[in-house]
Each structure stands twice: as structure tokens, then as C-alpha cells.
Write a protein that binds this ligand. Structure first.
Ligand code: FMN
Length: 156
């Protein structure tokens, strides 16, 4: 990694974010990926985005999924976040879920969930920017959010 890249990452890391699991169904199994690139885009129509690394082994699975969900994690779900950064088998990682109306897995115990349909994909350097149209939202639990800052988990 170049000196610039190190410094760029460290500067980005000073911007605290929430942590979410992007979830999709693939061949009957629930798959998840930990992300912090989630962002709101538009209220009307309701649109959100997240970005997917092009060098991810999960690239095809997550890029091709027409239906997905964004599950915002609570402060007590850091372990699930770490597990879903390592591997994408949601159940093996201890994640409990129910299907959304679009079929995407909704993680139980998340603090907010967005049921989405892939709307558009934009080129973003070494990532793809995935824009999702939000079909449904809910807040299954009232708890503090999990926060990611300076390469580690924190809470407010
Ligand atoms: C807090 C956190 C945030 C992350 N955010 C993103 C993200 O926004 N986009 C992404 O492609 N990967 C993100 N990752 C990395 C993936 O979760 C995962 O670790 C990576 O894709 C692993 O490589 P693989 O997909 O080749 O198995 C993040 C990881 C962590 C721990």
C-alpha cells in the first residue's frame, strides 16, 4: 500500500459510520456481507446506495441479486458483523432471519431494515455503486447503533 493510500484510508476512518449487513438469497441460502458504505440518497423516490468491492469473492452474488435488504446493526451485534465480514453464510454466522416480501433475508434483532430492489449500478473506481429502490422499511428493535470508526467498533 502506498503512503497516500495508507493516509487516505486513515482519514476516511475518522468519519464514524454505522454498520449494516447486505443480505441476499442465493440458491435457497441466506447470504450476508458487512458494509459501512450505506448512504441515503433520495426520499422521493426512496433510494439508498452502498458500494461493493470489485475484488470481493462475493462480487457476482451481491451484484447480480435483484432483491436485497440492508440491515442496520445494533451495538450488541459486533460479533455478527465480524463473522459476516469473514464469510457470507448468514445462518452459520449465527444470524437469525425471516424472508421479506421480496424474498431477501431480514435479520432479526437489527435496529432498522430496508427491503430493496436493485435500481441502478454505477462505476466507482475499484467499487460498484449499487443504488437500491426501497420497497419497505421497519424498525424491529429499539437499541443503540453499532458504530465503526478508526478501524474498530464503537458505540455512541
Ligand atoms: C466494518 C466493515 C465495513 C465494510 N464495508 C464494506 C463495503 O462497504 N463494501 C465492501 O465491498 N466491503 C466492505 N467490507 C468488507 C466485507 O465485509 C468483507 O470483509 C470482504 O468482502 C471480504 O472479502 P470477500 O468478499 O472476498 O470474502 C467491510 C468490512 C467491515 C468489517
Amino acid at each position: 500500500m502506498s503512503l497516500f493510500e495508507r493516509e487516505f484510508r486513515d482519514c476516511l476512518g475518522r468519519f464514524p459510520t454505522g454498520v449494516a449487513l447486505i443480505t441476499v438469497m442465493d440458491g435457497g441460502s441466506a447470504r450476508a456481507m458487512t458494509i459501512n458504505s450505506f448512504s441515503s440518497v433520495s426520499l422521493d423516490p426512496p433510494l439508498i446506495l452502498w458500494s461493493l468491492a470489485k475484488d470481493s469473492h462475493r462480487y457476482d452474488r451481491f451484484l447480480n441479486a435483484q432483491d436485497f435488504a440492508v440491515n442496520i446493526l445494533a451495538a450488541d451485534q459486533a460479533e455478527l458483523s465480524t463473522a459476516c465480514a469473514r464469510s457470507d453464510d448468514l445462518e452459520a454466522n449465527g444470524g437469525r432471519w425471516t424472508p421479506a416480501s421480496n424474498g431477501a433475508p431480514l435479520v432479526e434483532d437489527a435496529i432498522a431494515r430496508f427491503e430493496c430492489r436493485r435500481h441502478q449500478v454505477f462505476a466507482g473506481g475499484d467499487h460498484e455503486i449499487i443504488l437500491g429502490e426501497v420497497l419497505n422499511v421497519d424498525r424491529p428493535r429499539d437499541a443503540e447503533a453499532l458504530v465503526f470508526v478508526r478501524s474498530g467498533y464503537s458505540k455512541i
